[in-house]
Ligand binder design. Sequence first.
Ligand code: ZN
Length: 131
Amino acid sequence: MPRKCCVPGCNSNYDSEIKKGGPVVSAFRFPKAEERKKLWLLAIPRKDFSPTANSVVCMKHFSEDDIIRYDLYKTKDGTTQQLLLRCPKLKEDALPRIFPNLPKYLTKEKSVVRNDPQERKKSFQQNRRSN
Ligand SMILES: [Zn+2]
C-alpha cells in the first residue's frame, strides 16, 4: 500500500483517490538528519506536526530540479547512459516547496532559477521521449 502524503490539502495515495483510479505518487520519507528534517518541517505548512518514521511527502511538492529520476552510468565505450530509476530519489539538498492545494503565498519558489520554464518543459519532454 502506498503511503499517504502528510502535506495538508494533498490527497496523494489516499484510499479514496486510489479507489477512483488515481495515480500512485512516489513519496519520500523525511530526512534522517535533524537539521534537514527541521527545514522540511519549516517548509511544510502544517502546524504542530512531528513526522514519524512513516511520514512521507509526495513528489508533487518537490521541484523537478530536486528529483533524481535517472541513474547515470558509463558504458564500456565511455559514453554516459541514463537509466530510469524505478523509485525516484531526492537530491540531498531537496526541500518540499510546492503546495498546489494551498494558497499561493505558501509555495516557495527557488531563489536560483536554473532554467526558464519553457526550457525545463522541453528537457522534461525529451527525457520522457527517451524512455
Ligand atoms: Zn503530497
